[in-house]
Structures are given as structure tokens and as C-alpha cells.
Design a protein around this ligand. Structure first.
Ligand code: AMP
Ligand code: GLY
Length: 432
């Protein structure tokens, strides 16, 4: 099969890495990809949300399966366009992608189909929202309705903080139209976990559980980021909890969508808060998590292409279960200095060759580019430069989570670039 992966981050590198191992995959492309990805797939210079460009490429290259990484292309209807053209693609269609693209849609669906989630109210006027905050007090959570690159959620400890969030989303329009409507919801307390399932809308197959670390600094301090690390499994997700999540959150949501006439195919990511009252859904993403995917896929023994293909054509009943490596996996993100704020690019990365020699360690590139240097003797040499905020996801497997942590940090210590920053406590939560 000829496979195309859409996207350019660490998640896509992990997908490409896993897909390349499939016996079904004969040729692999990635659009646009990155420096690391270019070592295992042919990178194509087409942006991840250029649906017309990708469609033309897929037709011309006779792509048998397209796998979409980022949510934007899904929300724009990429799957609908490919399906219309008779091309197989793994991901939800535009209506189903609303589960992530519109928090109002998602919360209203959850309320209708009794999916446990925080109590909420929808507002389209800033005055009404602020009045509500004044009466109901803090803490509360303010969420922009639309896509906001992971920045549209404010967990407000005080009334002023919550009102400021309303001002910035609805009046200063920092997220543009994404803040036209907002949600104010109850603040839940508990531990978080990510549950990802692959579904064809009838069968739901859970991937191994994971937990990510969203804050920039150790001990969950500082600003929210795209994710500074992850580990799998999340010991806090017991068999019983997983069953409850599947029954009350995943099934009710996908069955609910089906009742609304919406067929969900692809991967569904549920952000869960494990509260005293049981698991509650915080949010849905309609794609693989980043960096959860980097910690989950190295543990997957089954053929991912087979599973994604089955889901995309509605034949997941043929698969039903996945086989997992029992070992734990930890992914530590090495980020550019200044991230998640302004940061510099173009720094030379060293130590990657040393890390390649380590067993059970793999480095997924998130923001790198490859520079070819031809030395005098015409021997081709290459080096990697940083090209993004999150640069690398260093990933290690170990018999125990402790061993996985040690192995991963051993590798991280070998990697250097100017102003590199990383958290030193990834996975520690799982040690109890
Ligand atoms: P989201 O972008 O929806 O994943 O939200 C980002 C983060 O905000 C989540 O990972 C949680 O840490 C936090 N969060 C979202 N909703 C709530 C809630 N209702 N109560 C407490 N924390 C929340
Ligand atoms: N790790 C969180 C996300 O992918 O949205």
C-alpha cells in the first residue's frame, strides 16, 4: 500500500515510524513532515491544511490510505473531500470533527446523551457571562467554543480571572471567531488521563492509556504548552475505570453521534478527569494526542495500518483487540528556550547519533529540519537544526515506569542544543 501521513510534528513522526513497520506499507509519504520524518518517509511540500493540494497529490500518487494528524484539516472537511473522491482516509468527517472544533456542540451532545461531564452554560454575550460569574463565583473554567491551538481554556481561581478570560475571548477576540461563543463550566478536581480509541462508529477499540504533562515547568508550574511529555500506561486507569470510561463516555458519545446521523471514524481522544464521583469527560479531540502518541505507539505490537484501514472502511469488527507490549513508555519533550512564548530557531542539535546506539530508545522529531553539508571530500554530511518550539520527543521503554524514566533521561542527557529546556519530572506522577 501507498500511505500518506498529513502533519509535521512529533505525533506524525511516531505515526510514520509505526506505519513504516507495517507489512502492508510499501511506500510512505508525509506532508509536509520534518527533518526526522524525512529519514523514513518521502516528505512532500504541501501544508497540512491544503486540502485541494493534498487531494491532488493523493490522486496523482495513487495513495491507498491517508492518515490525518492535526485537527484543523479534519475540521475543514478533508475526510469528506477524500471520501467523495473515492480515496480511503483515516479520520472523522467534518460534522464528527465538531466534537473538537466546537466545544458547545461537544458539551450539548454530552448533556443530551448523559455523558458524565462538568456542569456548564453557554454564552454569546460577554455581559451575561460576567454576570453569571459574579453570581456563581470561582473557581470556574472558561472555554472558547472554537479551535484555539490548545490555548482556549482558562481554569480561573478567582472571579476577576474568569471575567478577564471572558474579556479576552469575547471582546478582545484573541482567538477570533473561536471566542464568539464561550462556555463557563464547573471546575472538576482529580487526576487527568487520556483515553484514545479507534472506532468505525460501531466497534470501539481502546489504545493503551496515557497521561501527558501540559505545563512548561516541573511540578506542573508555569504556562500551558502543547505537552512537555507523556507516559503510558497511566496506572491510575485501572481495568474498572477503563470499563466505566468506555461505557459511560466513549460509547455514549459515539452512539449519540450515530443517533444524530453522524458516523465517527478514526481516533477519538477523550481527556478524562478522575473525580470522586467517577470519570468525567473534560474534552474530546478528534485526532491522536501529542505527545501521548509518542508514548503509546512504541508499545503497540499490532499492525497499525491494518487497524486504521479497517476503521476507515467500517470493518473494525475484524480486529476488535490490539496487542500491547507490557513495558512502560516515557516521552520527554526537548523544547526551545522561551517556548511556549517566543523562541529562536536554527540551533544545531548534537548527540542524536549517540542516542541512536541506545536500546529501546527512539527520538521522535517535532520541530527539526535537516541540513545537508557537503564537505570538501564530497562526502555528504547532515545535521539537524531546530525549527519549532517543541523540538524532539525522546522516548524510552522499560520493564517498569521507573526503568523507562531512567532510560529516557539517560538519552535526554546526551542531546544538546542552545537554550534547550525539558522537564525533569516526566512520569514521576506514575510512581505514586
Ligand atoms: P482542554 O484544552 O479542554 O483539554 O483543557 C485544558 C486543560 O484544562 C485540561 O487538560 C484540564 O487540565 C483543564 N480543564 C478543562 N476543563 C476543566 C474542568 N471542567 N475542570 C478542571 N479543569 C479543567
Ligand atoms: N496532549 C494533548 C493534546 O494532544 O491535545
Amino acid at each position: 500500500m501507498r500511505v500518506l501521513v498529513v502533519g509535521s510534528g512529533g505525533r506524525e513522526h511516531a505515526l510514520v515510524w509505526k506505519i513504516a513497520q507495517s507489512k502492508l506499507c510499501a511506500k510512505l509519504f508525509c506532508a509536509p513532515g520534518n527533518g526526522g520524518i524525512s529519514q523514513i518517509a518521502e516528505c512532500i511540500d504541501i501544508k497540512a491544511d491544503d486540502i485541494a493540494g493534498l487531494l491532488e497529490f493523493a490522486r496523482k500518487e495513487k495513495i491507498d490510505l491517508t492518515v490525518v494528524g492535526p485537527e484543523k484539516a479534519l475540521a475543514l472537511g478533508m475526510v469528506d473531500e477524500f471520501t467523495k473522491a473515492g480515496l480511503k482516509i483515516f479520520g472523522p468527517n467534518k460534522l464528527a470533527a465538531n466534537l473538537e472544533a466546537s466545544k458547545v456542540f461537544s458539551k450539548e451532545l454530552m448533556a443530551k446523551y448523559k455523558v458524565p461531564t462538568a456542569d456548564f452554560k453557554v454564552f454569546d454575550s460577554p455581559d451575561a457571562a460576567k454576570k453569571y460569574i459574579q453570581v456563581n463565583g470561582a473557581p470556574c473554567v472558561v472555554k472558547a467554543d472554537g479551535l484555539a491551538a490548545g490555548k482556549g481554556v482558562v481554569v480561573a481561581k478567582t472571579v476577576d480571572e474568569a471575567k478577564d478570560a471572558v474579556t479576552s475571548m469575547m471582546q478582545d477576540k484573541v482567538f477570533g471567531d473561536a471566542g464568539k461563543k464561550i462556555i463557563i463550566e464547573e471546575c472538576l478536581i482529580g487526576q487527568e488521563a487520556s483515553i484514545l480509541v479507534i472506532t468505525d462508529s460501531k466497534i470501539m477499540v481502546a489504545l493503551a492509556s496515557a497521561q501527558d504533562h501540559k505545563r512548561i515547568f516541573d511540578h506542573d508550574q508555569g504556562e500551558n504548552t502543547g505537552g512537555m511529555g507523556a507516559y503510558s500506561p497511566a496506572p491510575i486507569v485501572t481495568v474498572d475505570i477503563l470499563k466505566e470510561v468506555m461505557d459511560k463516555i466513549i460509547h455514549r458519545t459515539i452512539d449519540g453521534l450515530a443517533k444524530e446521523g453522524i458516523d465517527y471514524r478514526g481516533v477519538l481522544y477523550a481527556g478524562i478527569m478522575l473525580t470522586k464521583e467517577g470519570p468525567q469527560a473534560l474534552e474530546f479531540n478528534v485526532r491522536f494526542g501529542d505527545p501521548e502518541t509518542q508514548a503509546i505507539l512504541p508499545r503497540l505490537k499490532s499492525d497499525l495500518v491494518e487497524v486504521m484501514l479497517a476503521a476507515s472502511v467500517g470493518k473494525l469488527s475484524k480486529i476488535r483487540t490490539l496487542e500491547w507490549d507490557r513495558r512502560a513508555c516515557v516521552c520527554v519533550v526537548c523544547a526551545a528556550g522561551g517556548y511556549p512564548g517566543d523562541y529562536k530557531k536554527g540551533k544545531v542539535i548534537s548527540g542524536l547519533e549517540d542516542v541512536q546506539k541506545l536500546k529501546d530508545v527512539v527520538v521522535f522529531h517535532a520541530g527539526t529540519e535537516l541540513r545537508i553539508i557537503n564537505d570538501v571530500g564530497q562526502r555528504q554530511e547532515q545535521e539537524y537544526l531546530t525549527s519549532g518550539g517543541r523540538v524532539l520527543g525522546v522516548t524510552g521503554l522499560g520493564t517498569t515506569i521507573k526503568e523507562a524514566i531512567n532510560k529516557t533521561y539517560q538519552a535526554v542527557e546526551k542531546i544538546k542544543f542552545e537554550e534547550m529546556q525539558f522537564r525533569r519530572d516526566i512520569g514521576r506522577r506514575a510512581l505514586g
